[in-house]
Write a protein that binds this ligand. Structure first.
Ligand code: KIV
Ligand code: ZN
Length: 521
């Protein structure tokens, strides 16, 4: 057992992270993510905001039932109705946390809450006491904490602890603070609040000025012992502090920050992947989990690395679960070897159907492509997992592109089990493809993003296409990989559309109506 102070990791990917545009996740995705987070060693998982929607309530309830190690938490405003919903959703877990918050800056109290400071004091006392009667584990947050008057903050923190809060969270809600200012805030609380030793201080930083991780680490060095963060740094606006960056900074610069976390860092890559699959791709140069985070391109760097890795490497790729890209298998590799490979790559819960589909695709790919890398295989499995749930699937695609003639696509889709065919022209091949899908499954969504990138190197590389669409304020992201960029484009759009159909939370009769509509074309 280490004698270093432990910093508790509180993950809010599925609550604050989900509040970022394009990051809403389905129940199935949240369950998959929770399993990985539980294994990763996250101490507390904020699974959602139960009062916000029936979907959020059901997710928190389902996640509370499956966690083996992590403590589930739910968010609530300072209201009994919110707290009751939280309690109801969490109560099946052996231990759970109710996280209640209220705004405390003069600006928020006046304009957002329309409350006086005295009314806010009353609300804190009432809400924390109420929550504490439902569980021992209550966390209280002062929203817009870093813009709250310091004397008022000391008073309300003391009150929240006296009312039963065991964790006091100081959010930098609008990403406004700086490391030196945040250090001062945390130190003032430590020095001036008489009962501060009865609670754990926590920090929750947003990234509007790109300082979320720096501010969180400053908070820890000043005495905070819980950090609230998200995988890949997803979250409102510019995001939250990235979990993987906080954890690896503490691990790598333990000489300056002598703390421990319970995170199994070798699983960080896997956690990043499971979150990006459900939300959006990670930028290539993202610290720790970006595709280029451990790539050394410049000759002079490569030379140094060959002589001694430490010349240009402050942490090893293996320490965050990145395996060296290896030439894995060829067209003669069998199903058994393929299955072993998947398990090596961290795909443990994969169904036989998914393995079968992915293996079929692998054989086709191995015929087309000289080198099949780990990343290629991962892309195939991710694709096949999505395919398993789809109600609309691509059967065939032919595209006529080039100069002169208008670009044309011929497409066959399986829509709710019915095979449908069309041919459309468009302003470019991708436009023609998307038009075909719209004709075969009439729908009205806005295309927010279309992005293409290569999975591995070379002109025979697989392309991964990401598509984000919006319908009535809800957004979904679809991703697909193929050596043919146009096939990947069609599948990515279909993946986003399939997720949208699932997200509509349809009842059985509505699904029947939807099918009828399709049959009527
Ligand atoms: O940023 C924030 O203030 C929050 C609170 C609800 C903790 O997310
Ligand atoms: Zn937040």
């Amino acid at each position: 057992m280490s004698d270093k102070d432990k910093v508790f990791i509180f993950d809010t990917t599925m609550r604050d992270g989900e509040q970022s545009p394009g990051a809403s996740m389905s129940l199935e995705e949240k369950i998959q993510i929770s399993r990985v987070f539980d294994e990763l060693g996250i101490d507390i998982i904020e699974a959602g905001f139960p009062i916000a929607s029936p979907g959020d309530f059901e997710s928190v309830k389902a996640i509370s039932k499956i966690l083996k190690n992590s403590i589930p938490a739910g968010l609530s405003r300072a209201s009994k109705k919110d707290i009751d919903a939280c309690h109801e959703a969490l109560k099946s877990a052996p231990r759970f946390r109710i996280h209640t918050f209220i705004s405390t800056s003069a600006l928020h109290m006046k304009h957002k809450l329309n409350k006086t400071p005295e009314q806010v004091l009353d609300a804190i006392k009432e809400s924390v006491t109420y929550a504490r009667n439902l569980t021992d584990d209550v966390e209280w947050s002062c929203e817009d904490g870093t813009r709250t008057d310091m004397d008022f903050m000391c008073k309300i923190v003391e009150l929240a602890i006296n009312s039963g809060a065991k964790t006091i969270n100081i959010p930098d809600t609008v990403g406004y603070t700086t490391p030196s200012e945040f250090t001062k805030i945390i130190k003032t609380l430590k020095n001036k609040v008489p009962n501060i030793d009865k609670a754990i201080l926590s920090v929750h930083c947003h990234n509007d000025l790109g300082l979320a991780v720096a501010n969180s680490l400053a908070g820890v060095s000043a005495g905070a012992r819980q950090v609230e963060c998200t995988i890949n740094g997803i979250g409102e606006r510019a995001g939250n502090a990235a979990l993987e960056e906080i954890v690896m900074a503490i691990r790598t610069r333990n000489d300056l920050m002598p703390f421990t976390t319970g995170i199994k860092t070798e699983l960080l890559s896997k956690a990043s992947k499971v979150v990006s699959n459900a939300t959006f791709p990670v930028q290539f140069n993202k610290a720790i989990v970006g595709k280029n985070a451990f790539a050394h391109e410049a000759g002079i760097h490569q030379d140094g690395m060959l002589k001694n890795r430490e010349t240009y490497e402050i942490m090893t790729p293996e320490s965050v679960g990145v395996k060296k890209t290896s030439l894995v298998m060829g067209k003669h590799s069998g199903r058994h070897a393929f299955k072993e490979k998947l398990s090596d790559l961290g795909y443990v819960d994969v169904t036989d159907d998914v393995i079968q589909t992915a293996f079929g695709k692998f054989k086709i790919l191995a015929d087309k492509k000289k080198h099949v890398y780990d990343d290629d295989i991962a892309a195939l499995v991710d694709d096949s997992m999505v395919l398993e749930k789809n109600v609309i699937n691509l059967k065939s695609l032919k595209v006529f592109a080039g100069t002169g003639e208008p670009q044309k696509a011929e497409m066959t889709l399986d829509v709710y089990g019915e095979v449908k065919k069309t041919s459309e022209t468009g302003d470019g091949p991708v436009d023609a493809i998307f038009k075909c899908i719209k004709v075969l499954y009439p729908h009205d969504v806005k295309l927010l993003l279309y992005q293409v990138h290569a999975v591995t190197e070379g002109t025979d590389a697989q392309a991964t296409v990401s598509v984000r669409i919006e319908e009535n304020g809800k957004t979904t992201v679809g991703q697909a990989a193929d050596t043919d960029t146009l096939v990947a484009s069609a599948n990515a759009y279909l993946s986003a559309l399939n997720k949208m159909i699932i997200k509509r939370d349809k009842t059985a009769p509505e699904i029947e109506q939807d099918k009828e509509k399709v049959r009527g074309i």
